[in-house]
Write a protein that binds this ligand. Sequence first.
Ligand SMILES: Cc1cc2nc3c(=O)[nH]c(=O)nc-3n(C[C@H](O)[C@H](O)[C@H](O)COP(=O)(O)OP(=O)(O)OC[C@H]3O[C@@H](n4cnc5c(N)ncnc54)[C@H](O)[C@@H]3O)c2cc1C
Length: 407
Amino acid sequence: MTLSSSSRPDILIIGGGIAGSGLATVLARAGFGVTLIERSPAFRDRIRGESIHPWGVREMDATGLLDVAISRADARVLPFWTKYQDRAPGDPYRWCDDFPDALGELSVQHPRLQDALLAEALGRGVTVLRPASVLGINWPEGRPEVDISLGDTVTTLRPKLLVGADGDHSLTRKALGGKGVTDAPHHAIGGALLTGFDLPDDSAHQALFDGGFAMVFPQSCGTSRVYYVCSNLEAESLRSSDQPQGLLARLQRVVPDGTASTLESAGPVGFFPNSETLASVAHGPQTVLIGDAAGSNDPSQGHGLSLVFRDIRDLTDRLRDTYDWSMVPQAFASARARDHGVLRAHAQWVAPLVVGHGPEIERRREQVARAREQDPSAGGFAGIFATGPESLVADESARQHFHGEDL
Ligand SMILES: Cc1cc2nc3c(=O)[nH]c(=O)nc-3n(C[C@H](O)[C@H](O)[C@H](O)COP(=O)(O)OP(=O)(O)OC[C@H]3O[C@@H](n4cnc5c(N)ncnc54)[C@H](O)[C@@H]3O)c2cc1C
């Protein structure tokens, strides 16, 4: 790859994950000159997001990336959501009955979606530098300047706009003088890729148990992505037991009898804190962060990729709308922080209710159940997975209403 034609791209994106390659594709389609830097030579299963909530699917559709996910990564729409209590299924919930524009969850293997979006970006004329390392980022005279090493070549790129899509440990954020500020973990989330579930493949499955829940998302290729949300204590004991047998045995005890008798592991097993991370700095001169680099959502709530697609849509709209991009980073970052703040507040309200024990939690659950009888929408928050955060305000009165403290 020669760099001479791309040393002054309109937009330089650091990070070719779903945020970076998705944004590159959409911006290239809009006619911008885009260069993208990815450091890894190949994507692998790191146990990341593989189910996208209906509001994120709507954002994907708005940018044209839903078609790419379905046609190139075999993504599957799951129009139903089925809950299990004490291993017994409830009636499958169909998203579009309450939210006519909601297709459902989108289930897709993360590395396949990364590959598909990067291939799409290349096909749209994006200059992809991979594997390449960023040696340094500076802002002489208020313009970004990025030193890159690609094979034997070291070069400097001076884009009109720099986008950091370089994940949770963002180098771009660090170069801006920022850091990730991570909440204390409240609970844990385990993940595995499995075959052998005998459950309907047009539904997401949520098996509730005392102290947490398991999620099963069927995929097109016969695998299912499984998340297991539990207390830190239980995660610690599972971590120290033999895997995948330890997790498989737990799953078999929470889903209906006979639906998980032939489970086999098809990928790594891992356990992670549910912590949310905020970026202390999310923009700079002609520079902006998106995706996890701009802050990551509690993975047990699963809004991370929806936020990514929201970022892609919102940033593209802002860049299209004006020739003067100097105000775009700040305006984008502040709208992003607001939306992420709503998701974070909701995650904090929900956490003790789903992964908590004891009489006080029980009392709160009962109060919330009474509140839902009065207002099933919970002031709009009950629909957050379908509507997203944009129209919601997570202030103190919304919190009280959610918990039924205003009854
Ligand atoms: C256990 C777990 C479960 C989750 N489940 C869900 C879920 O069900 N649904 C959901 O929506 N979200 C989920 N998420 C969140 C979701 O996976 C993330 O929000 C999403 O992957 C973020 O994408 P990204 O592109 O911003 O970052 P990343 O996926 O981290 O991509 C960053 C990219 O930048 C590259 N990079 C980094 N530094 C550099 C550098 N210096 N130079 C060049 N390249 C660089 C990396 O190699 C990588 O390819 C989950 C997260 C976890 C941890």
